[in-house]
Ligand binder design. Structure first.
Ligand SMILES: Nc1nc2c(c(=O)[nH]1)N[C@H]1C(S)=C(S)[C@@H](COP(=O)(O)OP(=O)(O)OC[C@H]3O[C@@H](n4cnc5c(=O)[nH]c(N)nc54)[C@H](O)[C@@H]3O)O[C@H]1N2
Ligand SMILES: Nc1nc2c(c(=O)[nH]1)N[C@H]1C(S)=C(S)[C@@H](COP(=O)(O)OP(=O)(O)OC[C@H]3O[C@@H](n4cnc5c(=O)[nH]c(N)nc54)[C@H](O)[C@@H]3O)O[C@H]1N2
Ligand code: SF4
Ligand SMILES: [Mo]
Length: 687
């Protein structure tokens, strides 16, 4: 007899962690609902959450491990066979080229997921320093900027805020439960400033929208600082007691008057002043920097300048400002400094502070290692929950690199463009098929941890933890991988909290591990070398970087390279999020595909007229890296000098156009949001 029941869990697709209620009959999802009792999402689910049954049952889900036996020809194999083959090949590469010739990459799927530290542990015991994650192009540029300014990344506390700045961040699309909190604050009278090259729906409801040239965020921030310093709008007491380097900062920002910066950013001088005054005078206030500030060659320093705005206005670690919330203290399985060899990780030399901060390789330059043997060759890669062919910058080069590996293993739900290049493809469970801890600290500033339990059996699929632990044990690493199952491994992680899986299962709303307190720095100081907010960072200077958040033009801009701009006169920004998609995911799910059926280049109609192109026409967009064909749609939301293309499509893959040569010098992040391109009518460019 079939068994039907209602179960509660948390959606693990994005960081929103919405409460979810599923009606299950055996292993079928009969109904998906938002969980009304969930303290943050309160019953909300976005279209992706509602599509979870479609995802689980998608007819094109991978159902078996596969081994490539010819061009687009695959043979079904068992998990044991797959693990044997992978272990054999990894050992061979290690014997012939050294363990460092293997790189393992975990994509967005692994962010804050339980399996990720175990994958890193596998790299440790295998002996490769080349573990990398999506942190190579997501979030870490701003995390590092905050680390080298205030010691840690504070989380905006929207609920109590009177002024909210969304800076290259649009949670209406990227994290709706956060947008719901922001909307509540706005209803209670909070002011909204949006800094975005696009007049998004969020920008349209802002009190002030600064519509800047993509990639000029840094100089805009310096100019806002110049107004705040000149007009004495900063918190003098906080600055005197808790910062170092204010005089040097004041000297720097004095050179960036709004009058001068208007010409660079395209933002009218009066608006820059208005925004600076509003932000500094309405308290408490906070800034949420999004990926729009990070995916630039100057993204690290942009985020230093933003962090400084947050700090010197006295909005750090206060309710309604941005607060420091510790992550839950979990046991880490990662073995530090236990590599067989001492080869540096890929990117360690080029981006030493990135490596020092995370101990990881910088995936954006794997292509160089693979194709040019610089600083040494990578011969094998295991890619878990990532789709580099569509998501990594300079995709043409990425394809060449992945194609030339001796071994490529991809673990995914679907036969993605990247999986098609693999030697072995492994079918993963969805988040409903594995045990998963969730934590609200870094997104909502709430010190709460909980468990989303395994709810479904997904035949022939393994969770990532199961795969990596089976592979490790098969290769003789039982000592490092003593856990018999996922539950034991999670119990190990929970030890410092004195909690267990069993106990967490009885706490559907989660366990609160810390009381929130304001101004913790008054007793503990800031987690920087000086214990203060470092407006001037000696450590940055020691590493050869600018100790102040100076502004550099993007690597590709009409200002930095006017010669190239003559041929490539348009500025391309890419990747702003669509509610129904998650990067390259879900174009195969009908309920989501119908929300955005095809990719477009968005062009202002005045520019289209000038170029003689029509709505719906296929054109070629060309950059210094490559060219793609894409359909034109008109928009009046962006400046005529800027065009926008969404990311994640296999047809019209915008990452063919993006760059992985000129990267942010501190974080190694790629410039996906400000590049020089041109639009050419079809037939006018051989392709
Ligand atoms: N539905 C959905 N949600 C997601 C994701 C998804 O793919 N789909 N991805 C998740 C991930 S991994 C991330 S990192 C987050 C990102 O979430 P957000 O940080 O909100 O990122 P985006 O929506 O990509 O970009 C935000 C805004 O940046 C603007 N922008 C573009 N260029 C610039 C610039 O040069 N300067 C400024 N100031 N703004 C610019 C864009 O116009 C856009 O409105 O979203 C997460 N949530
Ligand atoms: N041009 C441009 N490029 C960008 C960006 C941009 O704004 N513009 N944004 C960048 C950012 S912020 C990010 S985070 C990256 C994201 O880059 P990726 O991490 O490569 O992005 P996804 O498309 O989410 O790839 C995830 C893959 O994991 C699979 N998957 C989903 N769930 C699971 C699971 O539970 N287990 C396993 N094993 N696989 C699963 C999906 O099917 C998909 O193929 O892209 C970056 N690339
Ligand atoms: S916003 Fe959507 S994808 Fe994100 S957690 Fe909520 S339901 Fe899931
Ligand atoms: Mo991201």
């Amino acid at each position: 007899m079939s068994e039907r029941g209602i179960v509660q869990t948390v959606c693990a697709i994005c960081n929103g962690s919405c409460g979810m209620e599923l009606c299950l009959e055996d292993d079928e999802i009969i109904e998906v609902k938002g969980l009304k009792e969930h303290p943050i999402s309160q019953g909300y689910l976005c279209p992706k959450g509602f599509a979870v049954a479609e995802l689980v049952k998608a007819p094109d889900r991978l159902k078996h491990p596969l081994r490539k036996i010819g061009d687009e020809q695959w043979q079904e194999i068992t998990w044991n066979e797959a693990i044997n083959l992978i272990a054999e090949k990894l050992s061979l590469i290690k014997a012939q080229n050294g363990a460092e010739a293997v790189a393992i990459h975990v994509g967005q799927t692994g962010v804050r997921k339980e399996f990720t530290p175990y994958v890193e542990l596998f790299c440790n015991v295998f002996g490769t320093p080349n573990f990398s994650s999506v942190g190579s192009h997501c979030h870490r540029s701003k995390l590092m900027a905050n680390k080298y300014t205030d010691g840690a990344m504070p989380v905006p506390n929207y609920e109590n805020s009177k002024c909210i700045v969304l800076w290259g961040y649009n949670p209406a699309k990227s994290c709706p439960p956060q947008m719901n909190l922001i909307n509540k604050a706005l209803q209670e009278g909070a002011k909204l400033i949006v800094i975005d090259p696009r007049a998004t729906a969020t920008a349209k409801k802002a009190d002030i929208h600064l519509q800047l040239r993509p990639g000029t965020d840094g100089v805009l921030a310096l100019s806002m600082l110049s107004v705040i310093v000149k007009e004495n709008l900063y918190d003098r007491d906080f600055v005197d007691k808790w910062t170092i380097g204010f005089d040097k900062l004041a000297e720097l920002v004095a050179g960036y008057s709004p009058e001068k910066v208007e010409k660079i950013t395209w933002v009218p001088e009066a608006r820059i002043k208005e925004a600076a005054r509003l932000f500094a005078q309405v308290s408490p206030a906070n800034i949420s920097p999004g990926i729009g500030t990070e995916l630039h060659t100057n993204g690290f320093q942009v985020n230093r300048a933003i962090a400084i705005l947050q700090a010197i206005t006295g909005n750090l670690d206060i309710n309604g400002g941005a607060v420091f919330v510790s992550p839950a203290k979990l046991a880490s399985p990662i073995l530090k400094n236990d590599y067989d060899n001492k080869k540096p990780a890929i990117g360690q030399k080029e981006f030493p502070l990135f490596h020092k901060s995370y101990g990881h390789a910088q995936a954006n330059i794997y292509t160089k290692a693979i194709l040019e043997g610089e600083p040494y060759s990578i011969k094998g890669m295991v890619i878990i929950g990532s789709n580099p062919l569509l998501m990594w910058s300079n995709a043409g080069k990425v394809q060449k690199a992945l194609d030339s590996l001796d071994l490529l293993v991809v673990m995914d739900h679907f036969m993605t463009e990247t999986a098609k290049l693999a030697d072995i493809v492994l079918p993963a469970t969805t988040f409903l098929g594995r045990n998963e801890l969730w934590n609200s600290a870094s997104v909502f500033g709430v010190s709460r941890i909980g468990l989303a339990p395994k709810l479904l059996e997904e035949p022939n699929c393994l969770s990532e933890w199961q795969f990596i632990s089976k592979l490790a044990r098969h290769m003789g690493y039982e000592e490092a991988f003593p856990w018999e199952n996922e539950e034991e491994a999670i119990n190990f992680r929970l030890q410092p909290l004195n909690l267990s899986v069993e106990e967490l299962l009885k706490m559907p709303a989660g366990y609160t591990y810390e009381d929130s307190k304001e101004k913790k720095y008054q007793t503990q100081g800031f987690k920087t070398p000086s214990g203060k907010v470092e407006l001037y960072s000696k450590e940055l200077k020691e590493y050869g970087y600018d100790p102040l958040p100076s502004y550099e033009e993007p690597s590709e801009s009409p200002e930095s390279d006017p010669e190239t701009a003559k041929n490539y006169p348009l500025i391309l920004t890419t990747g702003a999020r669509y509610l129904g998609y998650f990067h390259s995911r879900y174009r195969n799910l009908p309920s989501l595909r119908k929300l955005a059926p095809e990719p477009y280049v968005e062009v202002h109609k005045d520019k289209a007229k000038e170029l003689g192109i029509n709505e719906g026409e296929m054109v070629i967009v060309d950059s210094l890296r490559g060219a793609i064909e894409v359909k034109v749609t008109f928009t009046d939301e962006i400046d005529p000098r800027v065009i926008f293309i969404s990311h994640g499509w296999d047809i019209s893959n915008v990452n063919i156009l993006t760059d992985n040569e000129f990267l942010d010098p501190v974080s190694g992040f790629p410039p996906d949001r400000a590049l020089m391109v041109r639009i050419v009518k079809k037939g006018e460019l051989s392709f």
